[in-house]
Structure formats: structure tokens, C-alpha cells
Design a protein around this ligand. Structure first.
Ligand SMILES: Cc1cc2nc3c(=O)[nH]c(=O)nc-3n(C[C@H](O)[C@H](O)[C@H](O)COP(=O)(O)OP(=O)(O)OC[C@H]3O[C@@H](n4cnc5c(N)ncnc54)[C@H](O)[C@@H]3O)c2cc1C
Length: 333
């Protein structure tokens, strides 16, 4: 419907945006999600549908794909409006205090409040800056893992020292013929128990080493040349696949110029998830506050806080009630 006004517009349909939409529906807020990609699920769908997620309370272990399926089913409980394939760019405060959002294709959206759940913006990995890296991207150099089965019986080199790199090393240990993990620093930055497990695994760990050259043979990536950070001693390794997990570029696009207080590309929020612009909230990876955790489970708390703040912004004199979902008939359908 043209000019339809929503209570809450959530920008970003990743895990945190999806759960926020569910909670917003539960609070009887008229809700819309706008997502840039042609599908929902954010980083989980894009980078690791087959990875097992183990750190969401109450879910001992479940694949990224299943977590996403569950989140989408849950988000749809109260029939939010979903808009895919649109990158939100422009913001205008209208005379009545509501907002007009403009997407890259010129589409307009009207809303009383906005919850930014954009992750790091458009999902762009930090790429390997070496000759041949572009040529073999998607072929034998991967920045995301779509199918674990494709590494069966292969020689895999993983580059990176954070949780993603270590997680992939664990996932691939029993699938690939051989897994090697290379990191340019002395200390890994992942979760302690993951690092301990890594050191006791069959994964070969090479650090501090960095990749300095890629070699090809018969139009195929054949060898990775690594250099010791310190002695500069070189090592060569034959590989079938190179997985690179060097982090992400934070690229919010024009949203970064809306005037919110930012810190290193992320949006500063207070304990109510409010940004420095009244009526605009930020949750999930893009939000920043002291001791922020970039975890899905953390966002599952931030979303409801932002929704409650948005509700109070719209109706400041109404008291917030109904904080549990126990007795809703809707959940039985
Ligand atoms: C390899 C890997 C493994 C991980 N493993 C775990 C794990 O085991 N457990 C865990 O808790 N966390 C894990 N994480 C972190 C977790 O994925 C993130 O914390 C989580 O995805 C953040 O959710 P989000 O909804 O805030 O953002 P995202 O998942 O990044 O979703 C944001 C969405 O917003 C969209 N968007 C951005 N800008 C716009 C715009 N202007 N207009 C419209 N749409 C926009 C994007 O397209 C994207 O779909 C992992 C991350 C990686 C990369």
C-alpha cells in the first residue's frame, strides 16, 4: 500500500533482525523488515549455513541453516512485511516526526521508528591482496563455506586466527584429507576452549606465518607460499582449497552519514539501544556499547530492548506489560 506507515522498520534481515521482528510482532507493533540480499538470514545464510552453532542458550547444537529456518518461522508468527533486494540509503524526518526511508531503487518506506540490524552493512570480506587471488576466488579460494562436502578428501589451508578460522578447522578436520591453519600472529584470538581443542587436534598449526604468494599450474591454484613473520623463512604448501577468514569491511553505505554517533564504523547505543537520533535504535553486530559481544545470542536480548524502547517512544505514557509469550494462542498454529 502506498505510503503505508509502520510502527517499526527493521533494516537488515539477519538473525538479530529476524528475532527483533518476532518480538516486535509480539508487542503488536506493525513491523517491516527491509533486506538488501535476495534472502533472509544475514551472515549465517551467506557465510556459514553448514557450520554448527553451539553458543545459543537452549540449543546445544544446530546448523546455521536450521537456526535460520527456525528464526524465519518464528519471525513470521505475526506476519511482518518483508521487503527483499533493497538497500536502504536515505533518511528524512518528516514534519509529523515520522521517517521516510529511501532504498537504492528509489522505493520509499514510512515508519514511526527504525531499528538498524544491518550487521557490518553490505557483506564484504577482507580479501587476499595478492596476484591470482581474484582469478581463483570462488574456485579454490573461498571466503565463505557453502558446502562442507566439497572439501571431502582435499588438502585445505585456512588463513586466519579468530573464531571463524578455528571453527572451520574443527569442522573440516574429519572431512578433508588434511587441514592446515596459518596465522600471522603468535596468539590466536578465538574462544579458549576452541584453541585448546585445536592444539590437541590433527590440524597442523603454522604461526606466526603469512601468505606471500600464490602459484598456479595448468590453470589451477596449486601452491601457497608462506613466510615466517620474524625470520622471513619461506615454506610452500600444495593445496586444493584455501579458505581465507580475515574479517569484514564495515560498509554501511550512506547510513553512516545519517548523523548518528559512530565508533570505528559501528553505531554507539546506550542501554536502551537508542542511537543519538531519537526514534532510531541499533542492535546486533552494528551496535556498540562497553563490553559488546558480537554473538547472535547477544542480539537476541538487544532486539527486544530496542522494540520496547521504540514502543515507549511511540507511546511514552503507556506502561510496558506482557513480557512473556506463555499464553498466546498464535503459537499453537
Ligand atoms: C564464519 C562465521 C562464523 C560465526 N559463528 C558464530 C557462532 O557460532 N555463534 C554466534 O553467535 N555468532 C557467530 N558468528 C557471528 C554472527 O554471525 C553475527 O554475530 C550475526 O550474524 C549478527 O547478526 P546481525 O543480524 O546483527 O547481522 P548480519 O547477520 O550481518 O545481518 C545483517 C543483514 O543486514 C543487511 N543489510 C545491511 N545493510 C543494509 C541496508 N542498508 N539495507 C538493507 N539491508 C541491509 C545485510 O545484507 C545482512 O543480511 C559468526 C560469524 C562468522 C562470519
Amino acid at each position: 500500500m502506498k505510503n503505508e506507515l509502520f510502527d517499526v522498520t527493521i533494516i537488515g534481515g539477519g538473525p538479530v533482525g529476524l528475532f527483533t521482528a518476532f518480538y516486535s510482532g509480539m508487542r503488536e507493533m506493525k513491523t517491516k523488515i527491509i533486506e538488501y540480499l535476495p534472502f533472509l538470514g544475514g551472515k549465517v545464510s551467506y557465510f556459514y549455513p553448514e557450520k554448527i552453532i553451539r553458543d545459543i542458550g537452549g540449543i546445544a547444537q544446530l546448523s546455521g541453516e536450521k537456526v535460520t529456518d527456525n528464526l524465519i518461522e518464528q519471525a513470521m508468527t505475526f506476519d511482518p512485511t518483508i521487503v527483499l533486494n533493497e538497500q536502504v540509503m536515505g533518511l528524512k524526518r518528516l514534519k509529523d516526526g515520522t521517517f521516510e526511508l529511501t532504498s537504492h531503487n528509489g522505493a520509499k518506506h514510512y515508519t514511526k521508528t527504525i531499528i538498524l540490524a544491518t550487521g557490518f552493512g553490505t557483506l564484504k570480506s577482507v580479501k587476499l591482496d595478492l596476484p591470482l587471488a581474484d582469478k581463483y576466488e570462488e574456485k579454490s579460494i573461498h571466503y565463505a563455506i557453502k558446502s562442507l562436502a566439497s572439501y571431502e578428501g582435499k588438502k585445505v589451508l585456512i588463513s586466519g586466527g579468530g573464531n571463524s578460522a578455528i571453527d572451520w578447522a574443527h569442522e573440516l578436520e574429519s572431512i578433508a584429507e588434511e587441514v592446515t591453519l596459518i596465522y600471522r600472529k603468535d596468539e590466536f584470538t578465538g574462544i579458549e576452549s576452541n584453541i585448546t581443542r585445536l592444539m590437541n587436534s590433527s590440524v597442523e598449526v603454522l604461526n606466526p606465518y603469512k601468505i606471500v604468494e600464490l602459484k598456479e599450474e595448468q590453470d589451477k591454484l596449486s601452491t601457497v607460499v608462506m613466510e615466517h613473520v620474524g625470520t622471513n623463512a619461506r615454506k610452500e604448501m600444495e593445496v586444493d582449497y584455501l579458505i581465507v577468514t580475515h574479517g569484514f569491511h564495515i560498509n554501511l553505505g550512506p547510513i553512516a552519514d545519517w548523523g548518528m554517533t559512530m565508533e570505528e564504523g559501528t553505531i554507539q547505543v546506550d542501554a536502551t539501544m537508542s542511537t543519538s537520533i531519537p526514534g532510531i535504535y541499533a542492535v546486533g553486530d552494528i551496535s556498540n556499547y562497553p563490553n559488546k559481544l558480537g554473538l547472535i545470542a547477544g542480539g537476541f536480548n538487544e532486539g527486544p530492548i530496542a522494540v520496547n524502547s521504540a514502543k515507549q517512544y511511540i507511546a511514552p505514557n503507556e506502561k510496558l506489560g506482557h513480557l512473556f509469550s506463555t499464553n498466546y494462542e498464535l503459537f499453537k498454529r
